[in-house]
Design a protein around this ligand. Structure first.
Ligand code: SF4
Length: 431
């Protein structure tokens, strides 16, 4: 027995209610179990019970053993003075309030419908990666849809709060924050940390002063990234060495002017990548985006529909990077421009959370609706996690579906948080 299942039993009142008495022998009826409290303090608030004909309103605290009250030091915490009923599995020690009166206790052991505990133990004991897999087809569509809706909101708010954290670090500067957030996602997971660091040592304000000159924007990005190779001054100028030489010359001038620092080459991950995915190619595409956009923040939040975003992210890197994937390394075939899959990922992981964060900060729910609409217009991601859900019969059509299911899998299923999931609750409650 654990507090989580006890809370669930109390919340849905899965115990014998007729002739209910406190452990002290007083008649007890539950008018309202209360709302589960996600913050510090007693487990349920807004509870109402009648004990020996007297109505009580306050909080309910749940413990496996009544002595846990002392283990958790509630006796010295004023927040627990509001507790009107102590609900336990086992009453091994009486609890007294500060005024010396006995805190009424309800022991659930012997009262609980055993089938609920059996179903819970069975579900939690499953070793499948998605523990409810074997029973998933018994779950109604409505519970599955509720799970999807909840998961999508969880994911959007969680990612939105990461943007807000970055915004706070940037003193509420939305432009700088958008640039850092977007740049980070040009790392396409593998190089996210390196791209984020680059954006933090190279301020957007500095790049924008050179926005009209793509070569200078590239020099700033590649230079601060520490990726421009050293070129011996006496080396003959060839077609191959002209571009890196030019970049280095520009960067040396700009670095001295703005006192810029440089990253180390080893901070970049260059293994197991296709030419189009090399960070050098992504940097060249980012340079084009910064050069052509009229403010990243307004561009991304002001865009009306996904097709406009795709147009914006249809980025053609400069000539050198159409034939090279690293400095001095020629590609056998032409290096492609940014494709639809990559731009979809940027919309899902960068543009949508930005919009959600702005919606939250400005209290504009219509922006959240817009973010969700964007997701519903993009094809679902196809990865190991989405495929597991498809095996269970889930239709994973749009990015809204895939994002929700990835969140549920990572945040709930693998953590066995089934009691907080509408699918898990319906399975445990089903009779
Ligand atoms: S969290 Fe929900 S969907 Fe995931 S395994 Fe548990 S019951 Fe199933």
């Amino acid at each position: 027995m654990n507090e989580e299942i006890l809370s669930f039993i109390w919340r849905f009142q899965y115990f014998e209610m007729s002739g209910l008495q406190t452990d002290e022998g007083q008649l007890l009826s539950v008018v309202r179990p209360g709302l589960k409290n996600a913050n510090a303090g007693p487990d349920f608030s807004g509870s109402r019970v009648t004990i020996a004909g007297v109505n009580w309103a306050g909080s309910v605290e749940i413990h496996t053993k009544s002595s846990d009250w002392f283990q958790h030091l509630h006796e010295s915490d004023n927040a627990y003075e509001t507790v009107i009923l102590h609900v336990v599995w086992e009453n091994d020690k009486p609890v007294y309030r500060k005024d010396g009166s006995l805190l009424p206790t309800l022991t659930l052991k012997g009262l609980v419908h055993l089938s609920v505990i059996e179903r819970y133990n069975k579900l939690i004991g499953e070793t499948d990666e998605i523990p409810c897999s074997k029973s998933f087809d018994q779950v109604s569509k409505i519970h599955k849809l509720a799970m999807l809706d909840r998961s999508l909101l969880d994911r959007l708010y969680r990612k939105g709060s990461l943007v807000i954290d970055l915004l706070n670090e940037n003193n509420q500067d939305w432009e700088e924050t958008s640039y850092q957030w977007l740049t980070q996602h040009f790392g396409f997971k593998l190089n996210d940390p390196a791209f984020l660091r680059l954006s933090q040592i190279l301020p957007l304000k500095t790049i924008l002063k050179h926005r009209d000159n793509l070569l200078q924007v590239e020099a700033l990005l590649f230079g601060c990234a520490g990726l421009i190779p050293e070129i011996k001054p006496d080396l003959e100028i060839t077609e191959e060495s002209a571009y890196p030489r030019e970049l280095r010359r520009e960067f040396q001038f700009l670095a001295a002017k703005y006192q810029l620092s440089q990253m180390q080459h080893h901070e970049w991950k260059l293994m197991r990548l296709r030419p189009a995915g090399f960070p050098t190619i992504r940097l060249a595409q980012l340079a084009v985006l910064i050069s052509k956009s009229n403010g990243l923040f307004s561009t991304f939040t002001g865009t009306k529909d996904v097709s406009q975003l795709h147009q914006l992210l249809n980025l053609h890197q400069s000539e050198y990077w159409q034939t090279h994937f690293l400095f001095g390394k020629k590609s056998k075939t032409k290096v492609p421009f940014m494709g639809k899959d990559a731009s979809n990922l940027l919309i899902i992981n960068a543009a949508v959370p930005l919009l959600v964060a702005y919606s939250k900060q400005r209290q504009q729910p219509e922006l959240l609706d817009k973010a969700m609409k964007w997701l519903s217009e993009i094809h679902a991601e196809n990865n190991q996690i989405t495929r597991k859900w498809e095996v269970l019969g889930m239709k994973v059509k749009t990015a809204a579906d895939s994002q929700a299911l990835i969140e549920r899998y990572n945040g709930y299923c693998t953590q066995k948080q089934c009691l907080k999931c509408s699918v898990g609750m319906s399975l445990i409650r089903s009779r």
